[in-house]
Ligand binder design. Structure first.
Ligand SMILES: C[S@@+](CC[C@H](N)C(=O)[O-])C[C@H]1O[C@@H](n2cnc3c(N)ncnc32)[C@H](O)[C@@H]1O
Length: 276
């Protein structure tokens, strides 16, 4: 039986290549040609907002003097921001059970790189607060390329979905349940929100004025880069990780074969050499 066809605005090859290069320059991520339909579907809303007839004319806007802000929006719309609280719990367990006891009494600074909409850095802050106290000597610096997700992260309001990994006592202690128009939502408690600093940062550049850190979470983002770019990004990050500090990457990511001063302690958990 024929399916009803939804009218879609296709993208020309020329317009796709223009946007592909723009996004590559801005993020370091090269979208393969297979992502043409995805690019068209994510950016279609901008044709409506700008009242432009097609992507070729839209690319003229991107090239114009007024195109700078629009290019930011393109980058925002093309980043993949999938995340949730206490994703890949093994890292939070390792932090609580291995890293924190070994640092007892010392200040601990964590960088959550590519923090998306905030669920990950708040999960880190919840772990630190639970182990070291709400007023303990710890801090979380969270960064992302996308301004849109950083705004969401600073608000700290989330749907009460995908909380399966959040320990019930953490939910009670650090989250406020929404009522009225916020029914079905939660807000991270203000005293925890204020312990996490959010800033815009592109992993392709050396972090300026940040660190040094004891722990870096850089999870589920390296997967989007080619191997040389991935290696460069980790090298830059390691410049702000203390010798003996810890690096967590996503469970499906690996730094295998790269020339980095890291010991692979267990899958996705690395420790920087003390001599580096
Ligand atoms: C799939 S999310 C991962 C979120 C979180 N780390 C997690 O594991 O749940 C990837 C994030 O990387 C960010 N990102 C992509 N390229 C980046 C870059 N060059 N610099 C900084 N952040 C980047 C995206 O904006 C997005 O929020």
């Amino acid at each position: 039986m024929p399916t009803a066809s939804v009218p879609t605005q296709a993208i020309s090859r020329k317009a796709f290549v223009h946007i592909q290069q723009l996004f590559h320059r801005a993020s370091g991520i090269l979208l393969p040609d297979s992502k043409m339909p995805l690019v068209a579907s994510r950016l279609r809303c901008r044709l409506a907002v700008t009242a432009l007839p097609d992507f070729d004319v839209y690319c003229q806007l991107l090239q114009s003097k007024q195109g700078k802000e629009e290019a930011r929006i393109v980058v925002d719309l093309l980043t993949t921001n999938e995340t949730y609280f206490f994703r890949e719990p093994v890292h939070f367990q390792h932090l609580a059970q291995q890293v924190l006891p070994a640092q007892a009494g010392q200040e601990i600074k964590v960088w959550c790189a590519a923090s998306s909409s905030g669920e990950e850095p708040y999960s880190i802050a919840m772990t630190l607060a639970r182990e070291l106290g709400d007023d303990g000597r710890w801090s979380v610096q969270a960064t992302d390329l996308s301004r849109r997700v950083l705004e969401r992260a600073r608000r700290g309001v989330y749907a009460m979905a995908r909380l399966d990994n959040m320990p019930p006592d953490v939910l009670r202690q650090y989250c406020l349940r929404g009522t009225g128009q916020y029914q079905g939502m939660l807000r991270v408690a203000p005293h925890l929100r204020q312990r996490v600093d959010f800033a815009e940062h592109n992993l392709m550049h050396l972090p300026q004025g940040m660190g040094p850190f004891d722990v870096i979470f850089m999870r589920n983002v390296l997967i989007y880069f080619d191997v040389p770019t991935k290696e460069r990004i980790v090298q830059l990050a390691l410049q702000v990780l203390r010798p003996g500090g810890w690096l967590y990457v996503g469970r499906s990511e690996t730094l295998y074969g790269m020339n980095l001063p890291l010991e692979n302690v267990q899958p996705s958990i690395y420790r920087k050499s003390r001599a580096a």
